[in-house]
Design a protein. Sequence first.
Length: 199
Amino acid sequence: MTERINGLRYRIGPRTFFQTNPACCERLYAEIVRRIPADAGRTLDLYCGCGGITLQAASRVKEIVGVDNVPQNIGQAVENARLNGILNATFICSDAEALIRQAVQTDRHGRFQTIIVDPPRAGLTRKARHLLLDSGARTIIYVSCNPLNLAEDLKALSGPYTVESLTGVDMFPSTRHMEVVALLTRGDSPDATPVPGSA
């Protein structure tokens, strides 16, 4: 099947991940893109699925790398980039923690100034938290479908990072669940200013 979100087309396979509510998905993706700083630099999108957020963010950054450990997701993401004529997005099939570790320790994939994370409902693992803290990224945009786990992750990242804004998107009406977009900036980052209109 094919979905059109904010002007981009996405082909979605039976074994690939994509948001289930297209109308709210447009709002969610717009909120994420709005938080990408003007000087985002090299950007990393962890747990990228079939490229939903990666391709939306591509127009705001010079280069973006999407990472997912499901081969079907990465194959579909590459196809979706080609479908939309997006040339500055690269996709890697890898464990998210392994890729961050390589970027931090060996500079194999280069340093990332901005990191977008949209982890599973369980949130970040303890190892992923430590690796994000070591990444040196100026900006982290954290997308969560579980506010309770988000709170724990934000607490763990609150040493060098400051939460500048939290915005909810009611992706799942009539349930207790919602998506939350959190903007985090490093204390010494020039981007550490609140996003206008954020709650």
